[in-house]
Structure formats: C-alpha cells, structure tokens
Design a protein around this ligand. Sequence first.
Ligand code: PLP
Length: 435
Amino acid sequence: MVDRQFLLSPKQMPRKWYNIAADIGPTPPPLNPATQQPCGPQDLAAIFPDPIIMQEVSTDKWIDIPEEVLDILAMWRPTPLYRATRLEAALGTPAKIYYKYEGTSPAGSHKPNTAIAQAYYNKISGVKRLATETGAGQWGCALSLATQMFGLECTVYMVKVSYQQKPYRKSLINAWGANIFASPSENTSYGRKVLAEDPDCPGSLGIAISEAIEDTVTSKDTKYALGSVSNHVLLHQTIIGQEAKLQMEMAGAYPDVVIGCVGGGSNFAGIAFPYLEDKMSGKSPNLRAVAVEPKSCASLSTGEYRYDFGDTAQMTPLFMMYTLGCEFVPPSIHAGGLRYHGMAPLVSLAFHKKLIEAMSYPQTAIFPAAVLFARTEGIVPAPESSHAIKCAIDEALAAKETGEPKTILFNLSGHGHFDMGAYDMYFSGKMTDAG
Ligand SMILES: *Cc1c(COP(=O)(O)O)cnc(C)c1O
C-alpha cells in the first residue's frame, strides 16, 4: 500500500507568513484616483485598521503569525495533503499527483485563513463591527465564522442573485451570527439609488463592494474586510504552501509543477508563493507554477497589464494588475468565486515577470474533471477548485504521452457541498459555457 495521507501535527504549523514582496522586486504602488499619486497609509485608514495597512505595504520577508490566530487556525490546521493514487490509476499516468485540501475548514474553503487573521487585527485595534461583500457566499461564510470567534459584529452584503440561488450559504452566514443583506439593499444610499433606477437589479460584486464601503465609512467603530486580491490577504494564505512543502518532504517528493485556480489570486498565491521563493533563490529554477482561470473571465490570459479600479463603482484605489476592465461584467458561470475582472497585483507581477504561467478552461470542460475526481478520490470539489483539477489531469495526461514520471501538486481550495445545484445542471445536460 502506498502512502496516501501526509499529515502534520498542530505543533508543526508554520509560525510566520511568507511575504513575496521581499523577494519579487519593486511592486508598482496603488494610486489615489484623484491625485494619481501613490496611496499613502492614510488613504487606507478609513477602511482598514493599522496592523493590516502595515502588512499591506510591508517588504519584510517573514511576518509572525500571532498566537491568538494560530490558536483558532489549529481548530482545523494543518490541513491534509493527499496523493491522488486512485485518480493516477484511472488516468494510467506515470505522474504522481498530490493535492493540498483546504475544504476541511468549518466554512469549507481556504478563506478562513485570512478571515481569522483579519478579525484578530480588527479586534485588537478596537473595531466593533466588520462590513464586507460576498459573491458566491464563501467569503461571507468565512468572515462571519471569524468575527464570531473574536466577538465582533459582521454585516455582509451578498449579491442578490446568489442570495436567491444559494440560500444555504445565506443560512450558514446566519448560523455564524452575521447580519446579511441582499445587495442592492435599502440599507445604504448607494443601494437605494440603484433600486430606484432598477427595482429588479440582480446585483453585482461591484455594487456590493460599494455598499460595504459606504456602510464602513458612514459608521462608527466599523471597518471593511476583503477576501482576496490585496497583499495582506495573499500573505495570510501562504500558510498553505509552507505546510505543503513540509508534507511533500514527508512524501519524499518535490513538485515539477504547482497548480491553483485563480479568482482574485489568493489560494493560488497561498500554495505557489512559498515555492516561488525556491525558484527565485535558484533552488528550483525549473519549477513551474500554473494559475488556472475560467475561459469567460480570464484576466491573466486575455486581460491587459495596467492600472485599474478594484470595483465597478470606481471607489477603490487604482491597482497595477491584469484586468478585463472594471466595467466588465462576467457571465454568470457556476464557479462564482472566479468571477472577478482583475487579478491580485502580486500575482499579476509574477505573471508579468514570467515566474508563473496561466491557463483557462470553459466550465463544460471542468465539470467532467470534477466528477472524475469525485468518483476516484471521493471528495466532491467546489467548481472553482475543479479548474485546478482539470489542469492537473491535463498535466498528468501529457506525462503519459511522454512517459515522464512528473510530480504534480495542486491546491483543492474547497468542497462543493453548497454547489450541488451546479452539479445537477451538469448531470441534466443543461450546462452551457455561457452559464
Ligand atoms: C473564493 C474562492 C476561490 C477564488 O478566490 P481566490 O482568491 O482566487 O483564491 C477559489 N476557490 C474557492 C473554494 C473559493 O471559495
């Protein structure tokens, strides 16, 4: 019997986050849209607490993870690393496929890794309530869990179509004690304005961000929290790749290729950045890292590298990133967590410097991969994560062609237990590439 599970004890959990900003070279700063000058910390002070702003601009290579954060993360971390022996056998590949599984968190994805850290820093800064937006509901779940752990209040603006289509994500957010509004809502003046113009507006991530920011800046003791894209979010996710490195050592393996799906870029950064440290230092110059996007919203593969707003209402600073344009409205594909017009500035810079590659697939190609994975490895993957599975399968099939015993590592960012509606649509043959 070959070893399938590579498990660490809580004592082996990494104690520091890895900050790629220390190694990757100068990063183009965000700009204040009014002045076109680089944003100073004061530009962010209205929405983030000081410790988060310091991490956002830090170039220290290693940043200590507070004990209080480790304590909560240890409720489910370290997460398991598995070798996908049954998937390998089904493919008949000489490649070895490993995956890091982040679906064991209470919210079912990697997002609590940063939600817990953000709730902690807000708590010690005297903040009483966090406001945020959520698209598919994964981030709203993670933040409501995290605020509950630290005794903070939480308000979530959930895109109205998802609120209606994914009622159980909403119930989960309620179970963890957050207040939730379908966005556009009557709770903000921006929401009321949108509703006055179009009472049936289905909402969008851009509108929900605008509502959450308005709620933040017009309320006392309230700050805003972001689930992806920002430097501090990517930093918090690097615990994934650091654990994976220890676990791959236990397996006596080192990856030739590291794969992650990308929406805003945080879980990909989490698994890949600690390996890019090896690549940049010359320890593994040939290591490949592949970011996988949906074909209909492929910012790295088809976007431009330029300054753009993070949201549709153009309220955020300008970020240097690969973007499809802040007015781009992605089709309503089932991997809701990958529907974002831009890409994290640090992932964008890594792509611009050719440190990483990008790939994209239509959703009709990723569901067969998801189902093959469920039928071999047992875990029903989130549609988002299935983009990484599809790419890992294609790498393994390419290795079969060449007979190369390649080592593949991918991040399984979450389970798909709240996405069974999408699976139903696939099984009934009604799924198209448009939605
Ligand atoms: C949110 C989400 C993603 C996409 O976000 P990233 O910041 O790109 O990681 C991917 N997978 C799952 C399960 C998610 O919830």
